[in-house]
Design a protein around this ligand. Structure first.
Ligand SMILES: [Zn+2]
Length: 371
């Protein structure tokens, strides 16, 4: 299992390199086992690895959904080579070690040991390790499009992301918007002949600075958050700018309709246009991913807590591929080895003992629901 983890780290599966190598490493691990393995290669080097363990089919199946892509190492200096897959002081070091190749290796090892022990399964195990979770979710969307219809009835979905073994059953969504103010260019020496889009953007930013999106707070997650994080405008010091764009990061809570948020921002813009007919703004959606919230009273989640840590379910603010699985209406738990605090940063690592613990948890889960 630890060798698998190290080889997955060595596969260097950032979005630009692609996940094909990592998918092959994972597929090879299952080579001599009685499972169906398929490396689903697309768009050059992008790839999902899909694994299915067939059973007698008497019980609903379990679906494990992971990702095999990683974020790039970044510009900051690391204390070690990010993709060397080094083992040191009881840890595996490297980009992706925690997020989330530890979860991938632990799931794979749990499946392999269950099969080696000759456990008779009454429900299938479906394990998909998807591409692109860190960027555009291309892998899970491909799985949703191609494989959703072929899925057997499911007892639950487990996402082995690094939660430090917290049982996460709800998270926020993502709504990334661009708002562009439109103006009219003119020579910098004759500003009265133009309409300055940058100045209009300043008015809009002021209006949005203290704007609160109107929606009831979620009992655990609180309010939907919004931040203006990028601004681009103008072409030269001596040209009145005819456009200026801001990028806004909004994190909606479960149940909150994205169209409603856009509608509220549109009314802010409409008010500014009513006050000054030269003020023109357009809203464009860059990314829209729903929030996720499982039913904590479902049998699956109540049992999950009992057979794992005993702790109650929690919510988190980040978003995972779980958002793309909500149409299945199946309870989802995000639960795995590694700390969220080391992810997407230099010197990422995972403690080997935690990976072993994860494997034992996944074996227990599989045995509980599928035997
Ligand atoms: Zn992740």
């Amino acid at each position: 299992m630890i060798n698998l983890l190290k080889n997955l780290v060595k596969a260097r599966s950032t979005a630009d390199v692609g996940e094909l190598q990592a998918a092959k490493v994972l597929a090879d691990y299952f080579e001599n086992l009685p499972v169906d393995v398929n490396v689903d290669n697309f768009d050059g080097n992008r790839a999902n690895c899909n694994v299915r363990v067939k059973s007698t089919g008497e019980k609903p199946a379990l679906l494990f959904v992971a990702h095999i892509d990683v974020v790039p190492p970044g510009d900051q200096q690391w204390d070690f080579e990010p993709f060397a897959g080094i083992e040191q002081d009881g840890k595996v070091l490297g980009r992706g070690s925690a997020d989330m190749k530890a979860g991938v290796a632990a799931t794979a090892a749990a499946i392999s040991e269950i099969l080696a022990e000759g456990t008779e399964l009454k429900g299938d195990i479906i394990f998909t390790a998807a591409a692109g979770e860190e960027t555009d979710s291309c892998g899970i969307l491909r799985f949703v499009n191609n494989d959703f219809d072929t899925l057997p009835p499911l007892a639950g979905i487990i996402i082995p992301e690094p939660t430090g073994f917290d049982i996460v059953t709800a998270h926020r969504g993502i709504l990334w918007l661009k708002i562009t103010t439109k103006g009219k260019t003119a020579h910098g020496s004759m500003p009265h002949e133009g309409i300055n889009a940058v100045v209009h953007m300043a008015t809009l930013i002021n209006a949005l600075k203290d704007f609160k999106i109107d929606y009831p707070a979620h009992p655990q997650m609180g309010d939907c958050t919004m931040s203006i994080n990028q601004v681009h405008g103008g072409n030269a010091t001596n040209v009145i700018p005819d456009n200026c764009t801001i990028n806004i990061d909004i994190r909606p809570v479960p149940g909150q309709p994205h169209q409603d948020i856009i509608g509220q921002l549109q009314s802010v813009c409409d008010k500014l246009t009513a006050a000054d007919k030269d003020f023109q703004a357009e809203i464009h959606i860059d990314r829209s991913v729903g929030a996720m919230e499982s039913d904590n009273n479902s049998e699956f989640i109540k049992d999950f807590s009992k057979i794992t840590t005993g702790a109650g379910p929690i919510t988190v603010v980040y978003t995972t591929d779980a958002s793309h699985l909500t149409d299945l209406n199946i309870p989802i738990t995000i639960f795995g080895p590694g700390e969220t605090s080391v992810c997407h940063k230099p010197n990422e690592f995972v403690v080997i003992e935690e990976v072993q613990k994860a494997k034992e948890y996944y074996k227990k889960i599989i045995k509980h629901y599928l035997t």
